[in-house]
Design a binder for this molecule. Structure first.
Ligand code: NDP
Length: 284
């Protein structure tokens, strides 16, 4: 039976430790503040944003909730980002994706100051990550690396297979894994014979977004399996990409859904906001 990689527990521990750091900053007159821009009323995005605000408030991080209407123009959104870049009380800025069709997400991400880029998606930060000199790191991949470290699972020399090449998960995770000396294969919808590749993985990460995508037979016995997917099954229940009941019989380690990568992502966002606040103080 696979060992459960408990992201919920670790995320609580990380956040508990952050409280002390936040109090120290406050004593120095620095009040960490995260601005979250939500455009429109996508129900999933609203839940994600609410969870981020709740966690921030619990920790004593100020969170600025900027909810813009679905019909907002790209120019108006860029203007809002510019205002936040110029506001010295704001340390982290996050624009919840996806954005409505009239807005180019790359333009918006590029407009965020790289030094207030709480999500780590700005090309400057992705470039630094690829140079193995990271500043702000995308939260989901960073959360995965923290989870592996907490369980003493080194990826050095391991055969890591990542399914998914998105800018927010697969690509930055590949860079983080390479930086830790893993041998990385990134796969996607054009990959041939995917199952032959997954079966050779010492560490298998699924970030596809399809329930029931990874079965027991796709996994090498004893492998570390990280389930990034967030899906609703036919019964409306939250599930990952991995058929947990099968894979937990084969894998050595497995992240649950919910309670695995999801809470780690939020913990990393909080940690990054605190780091950005510290950094802003250094620049004073
Ligand atoms: P994207 O849709 O941007 O990327 C999905 C990736 O899966 C793409 O690279 C796509 O390939 C690949 N893919 C799709 N079908 C197949 C297939 N049949 N075989 C192989 N690869 C395939 O999604 P995201 O990266 O944004 O998110 C992925 C999942 O992770 C979603 O369920 C999302 O909700 C979840 N997520 C969870 C987070 C958390 O905190 N737990 C945070 C972020 C995301 P191609 O590029 O060729 O299209």
């Amino acid at each position: 039976m696979a060992v459960k990689l408990d992201g919920k527990k670790l995320s609580n521990e990380i956040c508990e430790n952050l409280k002390g750091e936040i109090n120290e900053l406050k004593k120095k007159g620095i009040f960490p503040k995260l601005a979250v821009i939500l455009v429109g009323d996508d129900p999933a995005s609203q839940i994600y944003v609410r969870n981020k605000h709740r966690r921030a408030e619990k920790l004593g991080i100020q969170s600025l909730d900027l909810h813009l209407p679905r019909i907002v123009t790209e120019a108006e959104l860029l203007e809002k980002v510019k205002e936040l870049n110029a506001d010295p009380t704001v340390h982290g800025i996050l624009v919840q994706l996806p954005l409505p069709k009239q807005i180019d997400p790359d333009k918006v991400i590029n407009a965020i100051s790289p030094f207030k880029d709480a999500d780590g998606f700005h090309p400057y930060n992705l470039g630094r990550l690829f140079m193995n000199d990271p500043f702000s790191i995308p939260c989901t991949p960073n959360g995965i690396m923290h989870l592996l470290k907490a369980y003493d699972l080194s990826v050095d020399g391991k055969n890591v297979v990542i399914i998914g090449r998105s800018k927010i998960v697969g690509r930055p995770l590949a860079a983080l894994m390479i930086n830790q000396s893993a041998t990385v294969t990134v796969t996607h919808s054009h990959t041939k014979n995917l199952k032959e590749i997954t079966k050779k993985a010492d560490v298998l990460v699924s970030a596809v977004g399809k329930a029931g995508f990874i079965h027991g037979e796709d996994v090498k016995p004893g492998a570390i399996v990280i389930d990034v997917g967030i899906n609703r099954n036919a019964a409306g229940k939250l599930v990952g990409d991995v058929v947990q009941k099968q894979v937990e019989q084969i894998a050595g380690y497995l992240t649950p859904v919910p309670g695995g990568v999801g809470p780690m992502t939020i913990a990393m966002l909080m940690k990054q906001t605190v780091e950005l606040a510290k950094w802003s103080a250094l620049k004073r």
